[in-house]
Design a protein around this ligand. Structure first.
Ligand code: S3P
Ligand code: PEP
Length: 426
């Protein structure tokens, strides 16, 4: 069990591990590129380690020089070979969905599977358009759920209007589109994170973005390159929240990714009344990087919905914790996607926060939080979901008597040294 006591005011300068989305992509794109891709500040979280193992099973040589440094020896798409064992994605939605885009255009048979949470997450959002491109995919419930079996082969480009704003759907189809005959075009209701677009461009691919539709022409190869991964703003969000939950605190996170498709949480914390300073410093492989400082103060409730949701989707659990301390009502809407993450995050956040005395009402597409409520200590559970585990641990900093979080091993999925950093803030 992870025990977190009530926090005392702090003023810290910290760093967080590399971005999960960018780490996955660096391995995957390096694996299908020609030449060497050296990756620095790679996230050694379990999700990304599963991505490495899947590509090793596909015949790609990947050397790990250190915990956060690796070299991927790409030999182009031709370098991938039929795996003799199932590909295990663990808990990682990003791995399974992007991998399916690569397998769909690879002329061999493979089976992908993951843990109990992965087996519950919807795969039809990628299976249906990949089948339209010509891929042969089967799986549980007609291919709606993993395990999935793929017999890859020749693909043709399609136009796909995704009903959900999902970078995983978009990236899967762009990867398949690189191998397809003609153009593949993807449109989504709101812009989702654009790491694939930035990194594919940095690896030499040509993509075009017109009126919200991203297009790629098939037959393009990638060239390996050096990738330095920015710190993960989704991990940093837990530390920003900590500064808002412990009165009189301030935190600076250095060298964190500040891609505007990921910074929704900073906009929301600002509109709640927090002081947020962003100092841009550099671009790493097409990704903006900077230092971000968050200073606590009195907070007010906010309404969050629409195009903001994909810009902070993974931060909503910790935003809900912060909202319990804000004056007035916080309304989160248009976030039904939370139900199909590692856990049903609307249900799990509400269940756990209520144990601490918070007033949280679930809605079909989000939640309503009435604040401020004093939080009491309690025994909480991660529900096997890393973000729920971390959000609840951070809540402990504001709870009288602190909290204990069971199932804390889930946190290693995205932020392996989280407990050590948080312990410094107790
Ligand atoms: O593409 C990615 O790296 C991710 C996209 C998002 O999922 P969706 O594409 O399902 O919205 C996000 O929640 C996930 O943590 C990572
Ligand atoms: C939803 C997440 O990841 P994935 O979809 O890759 O499992 C997350 O990290 O919060």
């Amino acid at each position: 069990m992870l025990k977190i006591g009530k926090g005392k005011a702090f003023d810290k300068v910290l760093q967080v591990p590399g971005d999960k989305s960018i780490s996955h992509r660096a391995v995957m794109f390096g694996a299908i590129a020609e030449g060497t891709t050296r990756i620095e500040n790679f996230l050694p979280g379990e999700d990304c380690l599963h991505t490495i193992e899947c590509f090793r099973r596909l015949g790609v040589k990947i050397d790990r020089e250190g915990p956060t440094t690796l070299t991927v020896h790409g030999r182009g798409w031709q370098g991938l070979r039929e795996p003799d064992q199932c590909l295990d994605v663990g808990n990682s939605g990003t791995t399974i969905r992007l991998l399916l885009g690569i397998l769909a255009g690879s002329p061999f048979f493979s089976i992908v599977h993951g843990d109990a949470s992965i087996a519950r997450r919807p795969m039809d959002r990628v299976v249906e358009p990949l089948r339209r491109m010509g891929a042969r995919i089967d799986g549980r419930d007609g291919g709606r759920f993993a395990p999935l079996a793929v017999r890859g082969g020749e693909l043709r480009g399609i136009e796909h209007h995704s009903p959900v704003a999902s970078a995983q759907v978009k990236s899967c189809l762009l990867l398949a589109g690189l191998r397809a005959e003609g153009w593949t075009r993807v449109r989504e209701p709101h812009p989702s994170r654009d790491h694939s677009e930035r990194m594919l461009t940095a690896f030499g691919a040509k993509l075009s973005l017109e009126e919200g539709t991203i297009s790629v022409r098939g037959g393009q190869g990638l060239s390996g390159r050096h990738v330095r991964v920015p710190g993960d703003i989704s991990s940093a969000a837990f530390l920003f929240a900590a500064a808002l939950l412990v009165p009189g605190s301030r935190v600076t996170v250095r060298d964190v990714g500040i891609n505007p498709t990921r910074t929704g949480i900073l906009d929301v914390f600002r509109s709640m009344g927090a002081e947020v300073t962003v100092t841009p410093k550099d671009q790493w492989c097409g990704e903006p990087v900077g230092d971000v400082t968050v200073t606590g103060g009195p907070l007010r409730g906010v309404e969050v919905g629409g195009s903001l949701i994909p810009r902070l989707i993974d931060e909503i659990p910790v935003l809900a914790v912060v909202a319990t301390r804000a004056e007035g009502r916080t309304v989160i809407r248009d976030a039904a996607e939370l139900k199909v993450k590692e856990s049903n995050r609307i249900a799990t956040v509400a269940e756990e926060l209520r144990k601490l005395g918070a007033r949280v009402e679930e809605t079909p597409d989000g939640m309503v939080i009435e604040g401020p409520t004093p939080l009491r200590g309690g025994l909480l559970d991660s529900h096997g979901d890393h973000r729920i585990g971390m959000a609840m641990a951070v809540a402990g900093l504001a709870a009288d008597g602190g909290v204990g979080v069971n199932g804390e091993e889930a946190i290693a999925v995205s932020f392996p040294n989280f407990a050590a950093i948080l312990k410094e803030l107790e």
